[in-house]
Design a protein. Structure first.
Length: 84
């Protein structure tokens, strides 16, 4: 279990409001092997703290995994919208 950070949101809020939106941006080719909640909290940590991706604290998924998901989630769709 990792340390709690002020940038974290509750798992309940994530599962009810955020995860359904993020799942739309994910290709359904294979099951995820990492916890999307932990990845999202890692992204929030970087955005809130302003640290470099490689400085993501221990306990979060690998920095590269968080960064790759952030790129997928923040890429606009064909209509120019983020998180359709």
């Amino acid at each position: 279990m990792r340390k709690h950070y002020p940038s974290d949101i509750s798992r309940e809020v994530f599962e009810t409001k955020v995860q359904p939106v993020l799942e739309k941006a994910r290709k359904k080719t294979k099951p995820t092997t990492v916890d999307l909640y932990e990845i999202f909290c890692g992204v929030l940590y970087v955005l809130k703290s302003g640290c470099q991706w490689r400085m993501l604290p221990e306990g979060f998924p690998k920095w590269r995994t968080c960064y790759d998901y952030w790129q997928k989630w923040s890429a606009p769709d064909d209509n120019g919208h983020i998180f359709t």
